[in-house]
Design a binder for this molecule. Structure first.
Ligand code: ACO
Length: 431
């Protein structure tokens, strides 16, 4: 972030204040208001951070108007078609694509950390069988700090790295165990001869009674889902992780906070909500009714899987995901599934409807990822856990970046107080 020699002038009660303007590598300039309160005694007001940069970062860049997403300078289209998830993890964590030797070492490290402490199995068993897998994940990931004491000291760089590797490696195991537990099947241990995505599919769908072979096309589609969700700059869950970490909290606690935030239907929970909506719509002839509800100001209903805070053009991840969806549906021979017919028709209608066009509401990545995961056989309750495991590397990379930033301060937003002024306490029998 460079000074531009440009300044912004702010006039309050006839007094002028000059605010420095900083220039990013890409994206809009930023007005530096760090000294505003000290100089002018005012705060800024920006609920939802719609115009506020809360940190500087070198990891991910999004141009929402153009529909562009880049990690460390590489486009998501390139990464999704030429790279694979673990290589993207390396890129996000360390800033550069790995050499062959670096990649082999990283893959070996991650593979060797996939098992979880055996005692954690008992921890799982404390949850009700009908717990949502996200509820189990928030609890189990938070509990990792009780099992891996040797990687909770955030001031120790080596411990930070070990925690990063543990989280990336163990998250698929935890997500798969949460699923197996919820359906009453035995846990399936990770297999080191399978790659990251195939191992996850195996842990979810294999049973000890018979051999299960992972279809390479499905493993590739899974890997792509992981890659497309790996990071997305300062979204709600990432900002949650950063805020939690700003107090010096341990990495497992911070990632548990990120998982909790991701669960919401306006964020990672949208893929589950989207599939549930498609099921509720049920048949193509009912689509107009739901489109009308989405447009009705007095109805809180929204078309799930449509719209995005940042993308006001097609979400580039959605384009890649749509291709993957076509591939998977063809492989599984379910192109004529009624749910998918509803999804396709809904997409067509919404893309040509003036309401959605004017408000720049395009299908987002969750619209298509839900369709793929449903076709693969995952229940809707597993959609958000899969998003959480994919996003872990993004959270961890942003957490690592923040801890290495000499300017890091505890996050402490201000408020516009609209409550009562100081008043006298009235004893209960006088009220
Ligand atoms: N259906 C119908 N109308 C919508 C939708 C939608 N899905 N999304 C936004 N709008 C309308 C709003 O009603 C609003 O209309 P108005 O200007 O007349 O008041 C306008 O579009 C702008 O919407 P905001 O809520 O102000 O936009 P914001 O950037 O805050 O919200 C969000 C973005 C939360 C993603 C929103 O589009 C939404 O709720 N979408 C559905 C949930 C979803 O799919 N979330 C996944 C996001 S992607 C991800 O997390 C990976």
């Amino acid at each position: 972030m460079a000074d531009t020699n440009k300044t912004a002038k702010l006039t309050i009660d006839g007094k002028d204040y000059e605010l420095p303007i900083l220039s990013p590598t890409s994206g809009p300039d930023v007005i530096d208001i760090r000294k505003l309160y000290a100089q002018a005694g005012v705060f800024t007001y920006d609920p939802g951070f719609t115009s506020t940069a809360a940190c500087d970062s070198t990891i991910t860049y999004i141009d929402g108007d153009k529909g562009e997403l880049q990690h460390r300078g590489y486009s998501i289209e390139d990464l999704a078609s030429k790279s694979h998830y673990l290589e993207v993890c390396y890129l996000l964590l360390y800033g550069e694509l790995p050499t062959r030797a670096e990649m082999e070492k990283f893959e070996t490290t991650i593979t060797r950390h996939t098992m979880i402490h055996e005692q954690m199995h008992y921890f799982f068993r404390g949850f009700r069988r009908d717990s949502h897998p996200m509820a189990t994940m928030v609890g189990v990931v938070g509990a990792m700090s009780a099992f891996y004491h040797d990687s909770t000291d955030v001031s120790d760089e080596r411990q930070r790295e070990v925690a990063s590797h543990r989280l990336i490696a163990k998250m698929p195991t935890i997500a798969a165990m949460a699923y197996k537990y919820s359906i009453g099947q035995p846990f399936v241990y990770p297999r080191n001869d399978l790659d990251y995505a195939a191992n996850f599919i195996h842990m979810c769908f294999a049973v000890p009674a018979e051999e299960y072979k992972v279809d390479p096309i499905l493993a590739r589609a899974m890997d792509r889902i992981f890659t497309l969700h790996a990071d997305h700059e300062q979204n709600a869950s990432t900002s949650t992780v950063r805020l939690a970490s700003s107090s010096g909290a341990n990495p497992f606690a911070c990632i548990a906070a990120g998982i909790a935030c991701l669960w919401g239907p306006a964020h990672g929970g949208a893929n589950q909500a989207c599939l549930e909506m498609l099921k509720e719509i049920g048949t193509v002839d009912r689509i107009p009714e739901f489109i009308a509800r989405a447009k009705d100001k007095n109805d809180p209903f929204r078309l799930m899987g449509f719209g995005h805070r940042v993308y006001k053009n097609m979400d580039p991840r959605a384009i890649v995901m749509k291709e993957s969806a076509d591939e998977v549906l063809e492989l599984l021979g379910v192109e004529n599934n009624p749910l998918l017919q509803v999804a396709k028709e809904l997409e067509k209608i919404a893309l040509s409807d003036p309401y959605f066009i004017e408000k720049k509401l395009f299908p987002n990545v969750d619209f298509y990822s839900g369709i793929i995961l449903e076709a693969m056989g995952f229940p809707t309750s597993m959609f958000t856990p899969i998003f959480a495991l994919s996003r872990t590397v993004g959270w961890i990379s942003q957490w690592k970046e923040q801890l290495g930033d000499p300017q890091m301060k505890i996050g402490r937003p201000r408020q516009l107080f609209l409550g009562e002024k100081l008043r006298e306490y009235v004893p209960v029998d006088e009220r």
